[in-house]
Design a protein around this ligand. Structure first.
Ligand SMILES: [Mn+2]
Length: 362
């Protein structure tokens, strides 16, 4: 299918590896599919949403095949909901998709076998940037680049490489996906991310972007921050907070983004209870901190965890919701997190109060 010649030109560093370009191999791997279904991790974030949308657009433009964008679990963060609504993303709950014989499944921003998604069955292609390894056996095409800050960067490269016109809402989504992954300090970004930002920015709707960034926040956002401040305990270079209940699962991440700014710590970890789960989030104040591996080590057999060098998330499913179980799990998680990230067993409250020794008070 002929493409408009007015499309963007490939970046020089992409043109240099024109032989066997990844975007060509990605598209070739889908040539026999009758439909392409895009999946991502649970509670898809802007990077997942932008990546699915970008690859679906590429697939439709270059292969003229029908596509489906799915949503695994809920989208909770106010900014992410605003992104979906304002940019008009068309998502179907992943469990409502009836698999057809000619379907190809493309997973973005995650890898099979990481416990971060509810999709089962064969996956044709994986495009991701997480350090946490998955099971790629049986996957025909994989492009995993942990050094790149966002999956949206990889997807934007494919679109530029294939000279596909990027509509304004999609450019806005890709830009926001990259921006959210590169937020915080130290940046977990690469030259490829900055290239993509520079090329997407002129194409994006800056007013909508501002509206998404400053989406109105629910009251629970402030309630959770208030609780986190009251429970935040400092163990050496770790500040650890516990919130029960969270208003929505992604608030644990909002807490650690807030607490990691404390000048005397290198780590912020938050555990939050929502329904029958404990959601965990971790942030490092330093580069190359191995946050994903460390949180996975701390959580161990209790659940699963993973992520990037500076940012990580995890989940522990509670065997039941009794107060005794919750107390035991909280105690065990606290001990494990303090032993991996903290120093000593004695904590000092971040605000007010006096020091405590682990196990004395839960
Ligand atoms: Mn990502």
């Amino acid at each position: 299918m002929a493409q408009p010649s007015a499309g963007p030109t490939p970046h020089p560093h992409l043109a240099a590896r024109a032989k066997g370009r990844r975007s060509d191999r990605f598209l070739a791997g889908l040539s026999s599919a009758t439909r392409v279904v895009f999946v991502s991790h649970v509670q898809p974030d802007p990077d997942s949403l932008g990546s699915m949308w970008g690859l679906a657009h590429l697939t439709r433009e270059k292969l003229r095949k029908p596509t489906l964008l799915t949503q695994d679990g809920g989208i909770f963060r106010a900014e992410n909901r605003a992104m979906v609504e304002l940019l008009g993303l068309d998502l179907i709950q992943v469990e409502a998709v009836k698999r057809q014989p000619g379907d190809a499944v493309v997973m973005v921003d995650s890898q099979p076998g990481t416990g971060r998604h509810s999709v089962n069955g064969p996956v044709t292609a994986v495009i991701d940037h997480h350090v946490t390894p998955g099971n790629l056996s049986g996957v025909h095409f994989s492009d995993v680049q942990p050094e790149v800050g966002a999956t949206c960067t990889i997807v934007a490269d494919y679109l530029f490489e294939q000279r596909v016109h990027i509509p304004r809402p999609l450019a806005t989504a890709l830009l926001y996906g990259i921006e959210t992954e590169l937020s915080g300090f130290p940046r977990e970004g690469a030259a490829e991310d900055d290239d993509a930002v520079g090329r997407l920015y002129p194409l994006a709707d800056k007013d909508l972007l501002a509206q998404i960034r400053h989406a109105p926040l629910p009251r629970s956002h402030f309630d959770v921050l208030s609780q986190a401040l009251r429970t935040a305990a400092v163990y050496g270079k770790l500040v650890f907070a516990w919130v029960d209940p969270l208003g929505q699962p992604e608030q644990a991440a909002e807490v650690v983004d807030f607490l990691i700014r404390y000048e005397d710590v290198d780590w912020a970890v938050c555990g939050g209870v929502i329904g029958s789960k404990v959601v965990l989030s971790a942030r490092a104040a330093r580069a190359n901190a191995g946050a994903g591996e460390m949180l996975a080590q701390a959580v161990g057999h209790l659940g699963n965890a993973g992520g990037h060098e500076r940012r990580a998330g995890g989940c522990v499913v509670l065997p039941d919701c009794s107060p005794a179980t919750l107390t035991a799990v909280r105690g065990e998680l606290t001990r494990r997190i303090v032993s991996v990230f903290g120093e000593g067993r004695t904590s000092v409250p971040l605000v007010g109060g006096s020091g405590r020794t682990l196990g004395m008070a839960e």
